[in-house]
Design a protein around this ligand. Sequence first.
Ligand code: SF4
Length: 393
Amino acid sequence: MHYNGWVRSSVYVHFPYCLKKCPYCDFVSYKADRAEIDHAGYADAVIAELGRRMAGEGPRTADGGPIGSIFFGGGTPSLWEPREIARVLDAARRTLVLADDVEITVECNPTSLDRDRAAALLAAGVNRLSIGAQSLRDGELAFLGRLHDPAGALRAIEGALATGVRVSADLIYGLPDQSPEDAARQADQLAALGLAHVSAYQLTIEEGTLFGELRRRGRLPMADDARVAEAFVLVEEALASRGLAHYEISNFARPGEEARHNLGYWRGEPYLGVGCGAYGFQRIGPGGRRWRNELDPARYMHTARSGADTTISSEDLDGDALLRERIMLGLRLAGGLDLDEAGRDLALDPWPARRVKAADALAARGRLVRDGGQVRIPHDAWLFTDDTASRLF
Ligand code: SF4
């Protein structure tokens, strides 16, 4: 795909509230009960920002191409009143050109999703729900600080599936005391519900989270690396046996059910980010610019609704920087990426001598497959993806 100026492929809407802050979470999310949230006021702010960014007043505006995906992430956007999500979608339809088959996803937690709410989201125009089940074991959900129990997770997924909407569920593996076999059993249990998409993430401990602090003090139980690696393989086998292909390191789908929104990120496509704490990315010539929005919800709402710019920081990236990002993200995909095409798009030579040498060395060790300009990581070397990518920088 060739990017021309401001063309963007997707919209990301951040909703910054959750019923509780999970101890491993480093997303922009603040604890709030549903009744405390200014549902309409937040929608007004998002709509105002969308209008401003598209109207030419702010520094990140665009003429817009057809939008293939709108993603409501968080936080917990399933806490947001569906009628307010509908208002945001109406504004998006008025402001942007949406593709006929636009994918519209809402991230959900089991504590704020049942069949009625799934149906209300569907009526609002949403056509995909991504549900944070995370685990189907009581002890693991307690360790992760989640508010739901396994039955609640299953109920939310079954309720969503009953509406006919596309449904994905998230699973976290690599927990201390979790056997690889049980991680696989849980993946199987989820897929057996009839899901066409499952995301299985390895638990990562981030600085600035409660788990990060506990680890620093040596008080966080950690999983054994070898067992985590085994879980990666067994989860994949379990999902493959249910017809879900491993198309990205942490994602599995039936053919055609891949998450379009995330594919855009992994391919380095531009996206318009709106909402408190959202990132956005736009192409400018052969380079690009990434920006970030105000992190405080009250300040964000005040600024956006007054028509002012909500950006708090931005960074210009040249073609080399964008190519490194594309390598890092593109190699997460089973099909890898086409470096020749990336070079044309970013107006640079993607094969300087040092990269050819690194690619040859990696290929000789079975870490990389190169077919013309296409590079990908063979299946059995996926666990080394970050290291492989950095050697290609
Ligand atoms: S529900 Fe999700 S976004 Fe909210 S605190 Fe937990 S991990 Fe973070």
